[in-house]
Design a protein around this ligand. Structure first.
Ligand code: TYC
Length: 146
């Protein structure tokens, strides 16, 4: 046997069986970073020689994040102009949109400023509450799960 071929065989035999490693989900996968097939599980995306690979493709597991409404509450003391400014500054509303939302809150007691993921909504609430307090207004801002 040639020297090179001999070297290659020794290298292959020194490594545990790759098939077994994949099936057992070993952390010593020969392909680090690539998905590992778990033992006993069918690969639903595999063609498996049926020629129907496309028909059996599963949707990628991308789950939508939970969303939260940020609300302003009415009170008798916060000036209307201050609420409009809050809506423009923290919720990126136009002067017209901000005025409409402010009036909705004034007339109905509560109104939606925007819808965000948890951390963004929480940040908006904190920013508005801090800003209202700094300006000595009793304006209340809250979040609720959609
Ligand atoms: N009701 C307030 C007033 O008459 C205005 C106001 C609107 C206050 C919306 C809070 O979230 C609010 N000055």
């Amino acid at each position: 046997m040639g020297k090179v071929k001999e070297e290659m065989e020794r290298a292959v035999n020194a490594t545990p069986d790759h098939g077994a490693m994949i099936a057992s989900g070993s952390s010593r996968s020969p392909f680090p970073g690539l998905p590992v097939m778990q033992a006993g599980k069918r690969d639903k995306d595999a063609d498996e020689g049926t020629g129907t690979g496309l028909a059996t493709k599963t949707a990628p597991k991308v789950k939508k994040p939970d969303l939260y409404r940020v609300l302003l509450l009415n009170d008798d003391f916060t000036p209307m102009e201050f609420v409009v400014h809050v809506l423009e500054r923290f919720f990126r509303k136009s002067p017209e949109q901000a005025t409409q939302i402010m009036l909705h809150v004034h007339n109905n007691g509560v109104g939606e400023c925007g819808v965000y993921t948890y951390e963004v909504a929480e940040t908006k609430v904190t920013q508005v509450m801090d800003f209202a307090r700094q300006n000595q207004h009793p304006l209340q801002c809250v979040m609720e799960k959609k």
